[in-house]
Ligand binder design. Structure first.
Ligand code: NAD
Ligand code: DAU
Length: 352
């Protein structure tokens, strides 16, 4: 094997796309996926690659100091792509401590293990931290964008924990010379998205004719990117990004929540053979999220200019593909809703 790569959070939404991409595209890399299998981790996402010779699953927590150090000794990682996190803003408002533990402590634990294992011999090593546009705070509806130089101004416990982890990553570069790279991405959508997040939640509710909860007036704006385009950007940045740099990743694709939901209703009516307008009747305005950021919008021109990345899909096309995936993979959704997906580890790996 040419390289041993640690991917954390590989059983989650984005992580599973990254693991699949790397396992298939780089047969000479050994991909070690470290994931605690919280409620958000789903090994069914990785069925396609679980038997591949260059893939290893390690069930474990990134906050476990002994385990993480032992894995660095066992595999002598050349690179780390760190995605494991508590990722849902609403959960961070209800239970902030889990976010501090995983997103802050867990990240520092990984940085420390990398520093100790690599001991200043950094040639060919890279620690890649996956972050979010939410660290920059909120924009007005004034046409401005987040750039890599925008000042951090997080508002939710989730974004504050991610901002903190970003600062630690930079501190390890500045203090110990650890070769790090960070990317901050906008909202992802696509297959394998956990149905607590807006798009899969709406797909599930529309399918089952349940109310679609729209926070506030639905006027908040998000910049949506197809998850496979994010995974492709991660591949490019991991291989070609410069140490110490930050890259913004975004879809240049802003939608108010209400417009997005209306579009989704139209697509679903068509796919489910319903009369146009039927699903829109499910829209229900509910109490707004506390501290709800008004608008996110990413300027991804640096990534385009320096590394040649750009999104590949139009949103309407991507959303239709996403709906098709959820309708074709009904059992995936059923297993998540009824909790069956949490039995998958035991079934595949026994009492390891
Ligand atoms: P997710 O919630 O779907 O998956 C997170 C994964 O991390 C799960 O498999 C979970 O089991 C694992 N995990 C959680 N705590 C862990 C711990 N303590 N130890 C080991 N594993 C643990 O998240 P996602 O949406 O795929 O996001 C992945 C990363 O990308 C996160 O760092 C997130 O902040 C960032 N991000 C997400 C988006 C988005 O739109 N989803 C956008 C930009 C950045
Ligand atoms: O911007 C990147 C971030 O995008 C990531 O860092 C986060 O991990 C990811 O969860 C996502 O955060 P958001 O809070 O933007 O995503 P969410 O799907 O929770 O909500 C999208 C928008 O929809 C937001 O304005 C809140 C609104 N919403 C959400 C839910 C779940 C609703 O109106 N109703 C809902 O039921």
């Amino acid at each position: 094997m040419k390289k041993n790569i640690l991917i954390t959070g590989g059983a989650g939404f984005i992580g599973s796309h990254v693991v699949r991409l790397f396992v298939k595209k780089y047969p000479d890399y050994r991909i070690i996926n470290l994931d605690a299998l919280t409620y958000a981790g789903n090994l069914e996402n990785l069925k396609e690659v679980e038997k591949e010779a260059n893939y290893i699953f390690e069930k474990g927590d990134i906050t476990d100091e002994k385990l993480v150090s032992a894995l660095f000794v066992q595999y002598n990682f050349d690179g780390v792509i760190h995605l494991a996190a508590e990722s849902h803003v609403d959960r961070s408002i209800a239970e902030p401590m889990a976010f501090i533990k995983t997103n802050v402590f867990g990240t520092v634990n990984l940085l420390n293990a990398a520093k100790e294992s690599w001991k200043g011999k950094y040639e060919g090593k890279r620690f890649y931290h996956i972050s979010t546009d939410e660290v920059y705070g909120a924009l007005e509806k004034d046409g401005t964008f987040f750039t890599e130089n925008t000042k951090y101004a997080p508002h939710s416990p989730y974004s504050a924990s991610k901002a903190s982890s970003d600062h630690f990553v930079r501190a390890y570069q500045d203090t110990y010379g650890l070769p790090v790279v960070i990317s901050n991405c906008s909202n992802n959508y696509g297959a394998n998205h956990f149905p607590e997040k807006l798009i899969p939640l709406c797909i599930n509710n529309i399918k089952n004719k349940k109310p679609i909860p729209v926070y506030g007036k639905g006027e908040n704006v998000r910049d949506w990117l197809w998850v496979e385009d994010h995974a492709r950007a991660i591949d490019i940045i991991f291989h070609n990004g410069k140490d110490g740099e930050t890259y913004n990743i975004g879809g240049n694709n802003e939608w108010t929540n209400i417009d997005l939901i209306r579009l989704l209703c139209k697509i679903m009516d068509k796919k489910l053979g319903r009369v146009q307008g039927e699903s829109e009747k499910l829209i229900t305005f509910v109490t707004d999220r506390a501290g709800h950021d008004l608008r996110y919008a990413i300027d991804a021109s640096k990534l385009n200019r320096e590394l040649g990345w750009k999104p590949s899909l139009q949103f309407e096309q991507g959303l239709e593909k996403t709906v098709d995936w959820y309708l074709a993979n009904e059992q995936w959704l059923i297993n998540v809703i009824n909790g069956q997906y949490q039995q998958y580890y035991q079934k595949q790996y026994g009492n390891r």
